[in-house]
Design a protein around this ligand. Structure first.
Ligand code: HEM
Length: 201
């Protein structure tokens, strides 16, 4: 996780989100099979199908949440369209995919922020993952690897803009706590879902 910003540039909520989710990130990263010798095209396709079942449902909820702020351009940041393109390129029939029902609760604007932190942060490992998938499986943006590098060269800019947005939202200690709980719950719901889909190591 990024340590390269001076402490003064890190908003209190970002600091708490990082501290509150670091362990979960490390644990999930270890269980994802992107770097495993056992990963082949079939397993990658099942993994991405499981991602779809989670992202599709969570992004639907965000789109319909009354707590979703208009200051954040959710439409421009949806990841499900890239997943759909990848799965189509890989020959998956999307209609038949299982969808996740156990999702983080979105009962306040702070919860929405916590979820967005995880979904936006998850793009940061994308460059290394897509290089790996290119070398191992010959996948690029057009044939099954658009999701992993969804913002392409704009990844850093997009993250910076998200952090500015996050830092601009006034949050008291209780709201910050809600954001951390929601972020933490996003990681655990995702991990449980991937586990149930039998795609983790
Ligand atoms: C094997 C898979 C993964 C790898 C290799 C990976 C790698 C990384 C790396 C290198 C960063 C830091 C980037 C930087 O400092 O510029 C990062 C940040 C982050 N990742 Fe992952 N990641 C993986 C999976 C995930 C998943 C599945 C999620 C959540 C669904 C996630 C959520 C986050 C978040 C929220 C951050 C932001 C941390 C911060 O505040 O700086 N990552 N990841």
């Amino acid at each position: 996780m990024s340590e390269d910003q001076p402490l003064s540039a890190v908003s209190p909520v970002l600091h708490e989100l990082r501290a509150g989710t670091h362990t979960r990130h490390v644990a999930l990263e270890k269980r994802l099979p992107f770097f495993s010798n056992t990963l082949d095209l079939e397993r990658y396709t099942r993994l991405l199908s499981a991602y779809y079942g989670f992202y599709h449902e969570l992004e639907e909820r965000l789109q319909h949440s009354p707590w979703m702020t208009h200051d954040f351009d959710l439409q421009a940041r949806l990841k499900t369209p890239a997943l759909r393109r990848d799965l189509q390129a890989l020959g998956v029939s999307i209609q038949s995919l299982a969808l996740c029902e156990t999702l983080p609760a979105l009962h306040s604007p702070a919860c929405v922020l916590g979820v967005l932190y995880v979904l936006e942060g998850a793009t940061l490992g994308g460059n290394v993952l897509r290089k790996q998938m290119s070398q191992r499986l010959g996948l690029e943006g057009h044939n099954g690897c658009a999701f992993l590098y969804v913002y392409g060269e704009a990844t850093g800019r997009q993250w910076k803009a998200f952090l500015e947005f996050l830092g601009s939202v006034p949050l008291d200690a209780q709201a910050r706590d809600q954001a951390v709980q929601a972020a933490s719950s996003t990681f655990s719901c995702f991990e449980h879902w991937l586990e149930r889909q039998e795609v983790l190591l």
